[in-house]
Design a protein around this ligand. Structure first.
Ligand SMILES: N[C@@H](CCC(=O)N[C@@H](CS)C(=O)NCC(=O)O)C(=O)O
Length: 218
């Protein structure tokens, strides 16, 4: 099979995973268990020395980074319209894709894994708390973008990369104690996206609940 996607359940690899299913691509999903450290195995590091998912292998070519993989899939499966095809609509979509990947995603990284940023345990709590406040603000920015979207989906007429990334960021927020229903536009978009048969297949394969938020016990 020419296409293989190395993914981890609930990770940012959900974005290309959903894109492949939306495109109707024939591909082999390869599970990488991050909690077991499989991303640091010799075999995986030979594929991606950064030890991260996603990795797409296309006919022997190894491609990493959500944005690069997403652009590759968009070019390979144009009929799927994973991004707007041209013009300012495409540029606006790329602006949001870049923001999701270079701003919102690494901010959540500080919430999820503060030990990556300091080995001082007290400072880790502070990094986490500060990043969580910032992450809430960023999800607020996302909510405004969803409200102003150019069509039923974030990229306009077709569901695609932006919707998949928005769902990922919203799910991560739930994990960090941010109730997705407080972001009603994004929550509605996430529910509509999850209901698409192609996306439902990904959620099922990754065994993902859409809403990870657990209210604090009274
Ligand atoms: N900039 C990278 C970020 C990839 C990334 O953060 N991957 C995470 C999962 S969301 C990962 O593999 N983490 C495992 C680790 O760092 O050990 C991209 O866009 O692909």
């Amino acid at each position: 099979m020419p296409l293989q996607l190395y993914y981890a359940p609930g990770a940012c690899s959900f974005v290309p995973h959903a894109a492949l299913e939306l495109a109707g691509a024939e591909f082999e999903p390869v599970l990488v268990k991050l909690h077991k450290g499989e991303q640091r195995s010799a075999a995986f590091l030979a594929l991606n020395p950064r030890g991260q998912v996603p990795v797409l292998v296309d006919d022997g070519a190894v491609i990493t980074q959500v944005v690069a993989i997403g652009l590759h899939l968009d070019a390979r499966f144009p009929a799927a319209q994973l991004l707007p095809a041209q013009g300012l609509e495409r540029i606006r979509a790329l602006e949001w894709l870049a923001w999701m990947n270079n701003t919102a995603h690494p901010t959540f990284g500080h919430v999820f894994a503060p030990a990556k940023f300091t080995d001082d345990v007290a400072a880790q709590a502070s990094v986490k708390a500060h990043a969580l406040v910032r992450y809430r603000e960023l999800l607020g920015e996302l909510e405004a973008a969803v409200a102003a979207r150019p069509g039923p989906w974030l990229g306009g007429a077709s569901p695609g990369l932006l919707d998949a990334y928005a769902v990922t960021l919203l799910r991560w927020g739930g994990l960090a104690g941010i109730d997705p229903t407080t972001l009603p536009q994004t929550w509605a978009l996430a529910q509509a996206f999850a209901a698409l048969p192609a996306v439902a297949r990904v959620l099922q394969r990754e065994r993902l609940p859409l809403n990870l938020y657990q209210p604090a016990a009274a």
